[in-house]
Ligand binder design. Structure first.
Ligand code: R2B
Ligand code: URA
Length: 319
């Protein structure tokens, strides 16, 4: 349609032509070096622009779903295959495209990529650099990224699905801090609010659990960084912890996890629409330890994936 800007792409980036996508919706890189390189090796994905025909392999991608573990993302790939009625060629099984990186796992089911991101901001950050470059090399148009994960609830019992509207760091700032050439810079960590609302609208009111939207805190650590008393170290009291958790609760924080800040900041910087959907595996106002049995955790972890599958299915049916 010739539009340069996506309607959901906001404010400051509107003024910066490099921030937005090409008129056909394909991803424009904010790095002039890449197009000058003979080939680009996506080392942690075990792919490369010289060794693989990335347009042929990935040109039809529309949705990129990221989650913590290889197993869950393999399962998600099989689930989405059943949901969208995608058939593998006779006698074949899904292959982990990034197997030989021994870092991340990647599965492709038609227009859907399902990729594991490991734990924490550095791990998801490295992956996003390479996946965003993959989108560019493959000339993917208007991709939508989802993070499906687990989190600690703040005043939300285990099994609640939280769709992030906003993400903040441990000091309630909604920026990703990054030290580059010895200088600390800040990137705004913004998610697509409309996408969050659309996902919320897909939640089934009959579900035996709540699906809520709100603010997500992202920390650099699971233990001290999330105010836990049960790490190998702890220099604060239970009262200090509760004061902090009550404070963030009052400011609207619904859940705490460890990747959303980088996920929101890097997708926003690339002009890519993104959403974060996590299930709480405990209520941090009640406990630090994850006490739910494995089978219960496994069922809870299916909940965000169901919402994303529904979104993808609807989108594909509307086409
Ligand atoms: C949620 O769960 C992991 C920590 O247990 C981390 O990756 C996160 O964000
Ligand atoms: N993931 C986190 O980062 N924190 C929790 O409390 C649970 C899952």
């Amino acid at each position: 349609n010739g539009k340069v800007y996506d309607v959901n792409y906001e404010e400051e980036s509107h003024n910066d032509i490099n921030a937005v996508r090409y008129p056909d919706g394909s991803v424009r890189l904010r790095n002039p070096n890449i197009e000058l390189m003979d080939q680009d090796i996506l080392y942690h994905l075990a792919l490369g622009s010289g060794s693989h025909d990335l347009v042929e392999m990935f040109g039809d991608v529309k949705f990129v779903c990221l989650g913590g573990t290889p197993k869950r993302m393999e399962q998600f790939a099989y689930n989405i295959m059943a949901e969208i009625g995608y058939k593998l060629p006779c006698g074949t099984t899904l292959q982990d495209i990034s197997h030989f990186s021994y870092r991340y796992s990647m599965y492709k089911v038609g227009p859907v990529l399902s990729i594991s991101h490991g734990m924490g901001i550095p791990s998801v950050g490295i992956l996003l650099h390479e996946v965003i470059k993959l989108m560019y090399h493959a000339k993917v148009q208007d991709p939508v990224f989802f993070r499906i994960g687990t989190c600690g609830g703040i005043g939300n019992e285990g099994g609640t699905v939280v769709i992030s509207e906003e993400v903040v760091d441990g000091a309630l700032r909604n920026v990703l801090e990054l030290t580059v050439l010895g200088k600390t810079l800040q990137r705004p960590a913004k998610l697509d609010r409309r996408l969050a609302r659309e996902l919320k609208a897909l939640a089934d009111p009959e579900d035996p659990y709540d699906t809520v939207t709100g603010k997500t805190m992202c920390t650099y650590d699971f233990y001290e960084g999330q105010g836990r008393l049960d790490g190998a170290f702890c220099d604060f009291t239970e009262a200090d912890k509760m004061e902090y958790l009550e404070k963030i609760h009052k400011s609207g924080v619904m859940n705490i996890e460890m990747e959303s800040l980088a996920f929101a900041a890097l997708t926003h910087h690339a002009g890519i629409k993104a959403a974060v959907i996590c299930v709480t595996i405990l209520d941090r106002l009640k406990s630090d330890q994850v006490l739910a049995p494995r089978e219960v955790l496994d069922e809870w972890q299916q909940r965000p994936t169901k919402l994303v599958s529904k979104y993808i299915k609807r989108y594909l049916q509307m086409k």
